[in-house]
Design a protein around this ligand. Structure first.
Ligand SMILES: *Cc1c(COP(=O)(O)O)cnc(C)c1O
Length: 360
């Protein structure tokens, strides 16, 4: 394999990740079932899972797809893997063989599980996305318990990251009513409801064994909940300067000639574009850290590259530009420039971006 380097890297700060895990487990008063779906919100499934699995506040790891579950199980991290969305019928057996905990929302699904499966009863308390309706859920739970397969029960809150928590309270009431109707299990039922918004908004929820904060673990909270916990962004995104040149006064830079040089301008071309997940809609707003300063991106953001005004700075080909970091410009800013949310920017990071765990 020749020595060919990635043009971009996402540097994961293990200290920030551990600090966030500890703060969230503390506030939840519960162990974490950490969402590592979508490549751990873009941070790298294996990189995040290894750090998280070694953290005492983490009970297990949650994913959205059977392939993610299998990839995680193959790492043999000694932590339960929970699949949060329904498998197709032919996937149930292989996933159960891998030890993956499966969501169950109907009596036929409960009956179709092999005897060595472990199930988490999924209750739809108002998200209207997945799960058994509250009036049907207890029967599903009873069947699972009869078969000795009921390990957990969970629901998902639709509005816990919003200032008005009245619907979240209603969902929690509906969930508590289902739990009260379930038979006792040999080991305490692993109940979980709170996402990151729920952990931040509610703190410890009575009767909940686990919590599932995703985005908050990676360092981000909704505006009205910022500052409640000292969450730190875990990822710094960087890309190499691949070329330096002068754009002379009157010339334009990039597609459509959106930006025109008022004076001779030193331009750094950086190996990061919308194919890597940097939002194209950030054109006209984006800034990049080079030579110690946050400098404007010039003109249209391209598929693989963007251009930066580095006039007056000592910048060389091969230098790392920072696209976002833990301070100054964060994913929150880039998402706002792109007209979207942190979730979409982080999960959109492409596989040309190398994931690197920073210094211990
Ligand atoms: C993604 C997800 C979470 C995490 O949500 P955040 O808003 O990132 O905290 C929790 N539970 C389920 C079922 C999810 O799909």
């Amino acid at each position: 394999m020749p020595d060919l380097s990635a043009r971009a890297r996402a540097v994961i700060n293990p200290h920030a990740l551990r600090a966030n895990l500890g703060a969230l487990a503390g506030r939840a008063g519960a162990a974490l079932l950490l969402p590592v779906k979508a490549n751990a919100y873009g941070h790298g499934l294996e990189e995040v899972a290894r750090v998280a699995a070694a953290h005492p506040g983490v009970w297990g790891l949650a994913v959205a797809t059977p392939r993610e579950a299998a990839a995680l199980a193959a790492l043999n991290l000694g932590r339960p893997v929970v699949l949060l969305t329904p498998p197709m019928p032919h996937e149930v057996g292989p996933l159960a063989d891998l030890g993956v905990r499966l969501p169950v929302a109907s009596v036929p699904e409960a009956d179709a599980l092999p005897p060595h499966a472990r199930a988490h009863l999924k209750v739809d308390t108002g998200m209207n996305r997945l799960g058994a309706r509250p009036e049907d859920a207890a029967a599903v739970g009873r069947r699972l318990a009869e078969r000795g397969l009921l390990e957990g029960a969970y629901t998902h809150l639709a509005t816990a990251d919003e200032p008005d928590l009245s619907f979240a309270h209603e969902q929690l009431r509906r969930f508590a009513a289902v739990l009260a109707a379930l038979p006792p299990t040999p080991t305490p039922l692993l109940t979980h409801a709170a996402n990151g918004g729920g952990v931040l908004s509610f703190g410890a929820l009575p009767g909940m064994a686990l919590a599932r904060p995703g985005l908050a673990t990676y360092g981000f909270a909704p505006p009205h909940l910022r500052g409640l916990l000292p969450l730190r962004p875990v990822m710094t995104l960087q890309a190499r300067v691949t070329h330096l040149h002068t754009a002379y006064a009157g010339e334009t830079v990039s597609y459509s000639g959106l930006w025109r040089a008022a004076r001779d301008t030193l331009v750094a071309t950086v190996g990061m574009g919308y194919a890597d997940g940097y939002p194209r809609n950030a054109t006209g707003h984006a800034q990049v850290l080079l030579g110690g300063q946050w400098r404007p991106v010039l003109g249209r953001i391209c598929m693989d590259q963007l251009m930066v005004d580095v006039t007056g700075l000592a910048v060389r080909v091969g230098d790392w530009a920072t696209l976002w970091g833990p301070a100054d410009v964060t994913v929150t800013d880039v998402a706002a420039w792109g007209g979207t949310v942190e979730y979409e920017v982080l999960t959109g990071l492409g596989d040309r971006v190398e994931r690197v765990v920073g210094a211990e």
